[in-house]
Write a protein of this length. Structure first.
Length: 110
């Protein structure tokens, strides 16, 4: 897209120039959108053993749709979908988590 095929070209500067998101941020939004769909019953499945509601309410400004982050001893599990996504989900503001539609949820993520 930029026409810069030099070996020393910076991908970061090209992404910035084109105003494109990194793959990491795209994947993060895709994970959170999947989590939203799971929470609101838009995806079928039995993930109740991973999505345990967190009853702790000590922090101000947090939402009431938080989950306990599953613990694991192996990196394979610690960096898998549920522990990683639930950690990110729990940090989202309440207006994002309580969005009425998937479309509005995605807009609030950007």
């Amino acid at each position: 897209m930029t026409g810069n095929y030099e070996q020393t070209a910076s991908v970061t500067s090209m992404l910035s120039e084109l105003k494109w998101d990194s793959l990491e941020s795209l994947r993060g939004r895709a994970r959170l959108t999947t989590m939203y769909k799971m929470c609101y019953g838009m995806l079928e499945g039995n993930w109740g053993s991973y999505m345990i509601p967190n009853r702790e309410r000590r922090t101000r400004g947090s939402h009431y749709f938080k989950f306990v982050v599953p613990k694991g001893n192996k990196d394979v599990f610690r960096f898998s979908f549920f522990p990683r996504t639930i950690s990110e989900w729990n940090r989202l503001p309440s207006d994002t988590v309580l969005a009425k539609t998937v479309h509005s949820f995605k807009k609030k993520l950007t």
